[in-house]
Write a protein of this length. Structure first.
Length: 181
């Protein structure tokens, strides 16, 4: 073993041939498999099953994606009764100048030098993406949260380009993280 890497030549032949024997990894190997062979089999640890939300969170922490659904899917039962709408709902039913509240994963943050201090965010929930414009004054008050939080909830005034079209951008009137346990 060099620098944490096991070279194939350093593995005993019995370990490489384990699959061919039909034994599972929890069964002891016959013969001398060297220091890698367990001499005593320990029982499987009795760990509690992870919830779907915990599995999704673990997937995102390790790989950045999950096959267990979007993280917002697990939060929606908490958000919906509090008036937090989905991206799809805002896009299809939102009216210009309406006050809205949305939440999602921040998938893009931009603060171009030519934008006079405005910050542009893209929030993704389980139904789609909503673009958010953060005013320079709001960014100054909440710069750390807006710049570093992976998940944001935003309240603001919806701006719609055309009836039935995509929202141009809800202006960030209030920005904070939901309290997650």
């Amino acid at each position: 073993m060099r620098d944490g890497t096991v070279l194939a030549a350093e593995l005993p032949a019995n370990v490489a041939g384990l699959c061919a024997t039909g034994l599972s990894r929890s069964q002891p190997c016959g013969g001398d498999a060297g220091p890698l062979a367990p001499s005593v089999m320990l029982p499987d640890a009795a760990l509690p099953r992870m919830s779907m939300a915990e599995l999704t969170e673990a997937d995102y922490r390790v790989t950045g994606v999950s096959l267990n659904g979007h993280p917002m899917r697990h939060l929606r039962p908490l958000l919906q009764p509090n008036g937090i709408r989905t991206a799809r709902d805002v896009q299809t039913n939102g009216r210009d100048t309406e006050q809205v509240a949305i939440a999602g994963l921040v998938i893009c943050r931009q603060r171009p030098g030519t934008a006079k201090g405005f910050v542009f965010l893209s929030l993704e929930d389980e139904t789609g993406i909503v673009n958010v414009v953060v005013t320079p004054q709001r960014f100054e008050r909440d710069a750390l949260k807006i710049s570093t939080s992976p998940l944001l909830m935003v309240r603001g005034t919806l701006q719609v380009e055309s009836p039935g079209g995509h929202p141009k951008s809800p202006t960030c009137g209030h920005s904070k993280l939901p309290q997650l346990a």
